[in-house]
Design a protein around this ligand. Structure first.
Ligand code: AKG
Length: 276
């Protein structure tokens, strides 16, 4: 079973084991109100149900819209593994948390309430990311001050996905196998499953559990840990009956900041992006 980490009584040994052996874990007692998670889900569904033209018109707003590929932002892996495979059936929004969401059209009621929820959610995510990252660094016996200066919660971003239902769900991918280039990714998935992770060369389903978040380590964390921790390969299957909505928060350092690890040459976030 996928490891479970309780944030209220954080056990560093269990955390280290999950990071080494799995590269992901379920997070419980994270302190995010269940109502906030379900409201976000409802609002995301409403946002996706708006017209394509409207969604496209948000392209250059802080909620940049994509369809088919999350191309505006780094999609993974590069320093450690080279270019990633392609991705397919998905639409979504990228929301950089550091950007002024207040620029969103205030007269649109769906956007107005979505913005408030995202701002609230963003604060929780920044809190979780900091706590989890610090615990990982402590477990790795790295110098927190040195590594921490690389991280900035405001440079993380949220990506909201909708995977449409698809009659050929077995042969069509929402997201093809990939790793994340982030330090950490914190995923909120709802009732509809589809996420799979690679463990010991086998694909395992990661069923959604209520009020449980999923944390997966990205390539940057693998590099920071000198490969002790693992950036886990994952993919998303489509569903024949139901569409799937998920919300993922990617933790990234400031663009110019240099990440040092003894195994790799010093690298920057931009190095990771450049190779995608
Ligand atoms: C990613 O954002 O890297 C994902 O794999 C998303 C996973 C999901 O939607 O459950």
């Amino acid at each position: 079973p996928i490891p479970v980490i309780d944030l209220q009584c954080l056990n560093l040994d269990s955390l280290g084991e999950a990071c080494r052996n799995w590269g992901l874990f379920r997070l419980v007692n994270h302190g995010i109100p269940p109502a906030l998670l379900s409201q976000l889900q409802d609002h995301a569904s409403k946002l996706f149900s708006l017209s394509f033209e409207f969604k496209q018109s948000l392209f250059s707003s802080p909620l940049s819209y994509f369809w088919g590929t999350p191309a505006l932002t780094p999609s993974g892996a590069a320093l450690l593994r080279g270019p990633q495979k392609s991705i397919s059936w998905v639409e979504g929004f990228n929301v950089p948390l550091g950007s002024p969401l207040s620029q969103l059209e205030p007269e649109d009621p769906v956007l107005a309430s979505f913005r408030l929820l995202l701002e609230e959610y963003g604060k929780h995510l920044a809190r979780l990311a900091t706590k989890i990252f610090e615990a990982m660094v402590m477990k790795l016996s790295l110098n927190l001050e040195e590594v921490k200066s690389n991280l900035s919660e405001s440079t993380g971003y949220v990506r909201i996905y909708r995977y449409p239902l698809h009659s050929m769900a077995n042969s069509t991918w929402g997201l093809d196998a990939h790793t994340d280039s982030s330090v950490l990714s914190i995923l909120s998935q709802y009732e509809v499953g589809g996420l799979e992770v690679l463990k010991d060369s086998k694909w395992l389903q990661v069923k959604p559990l209520s009020n449980t978040l999923l944390v997966n380590l990205g390539d940057m964390m693998q590099a920071i840990s000198n490969d002790e921790y693992k950036s886990v390969e994952h993919r998303v299957k489509l569903n024949k009956q139901k569409e799937r909505i998920s919300i993922c928060y990617f933790v990234f350092p400031d663009e110019g900041s240099v990440i040092r690890s003894s195994k790799y040459k010093p690298f920057t976030y931009t190095d990771f992006r450049a190779r995608v």
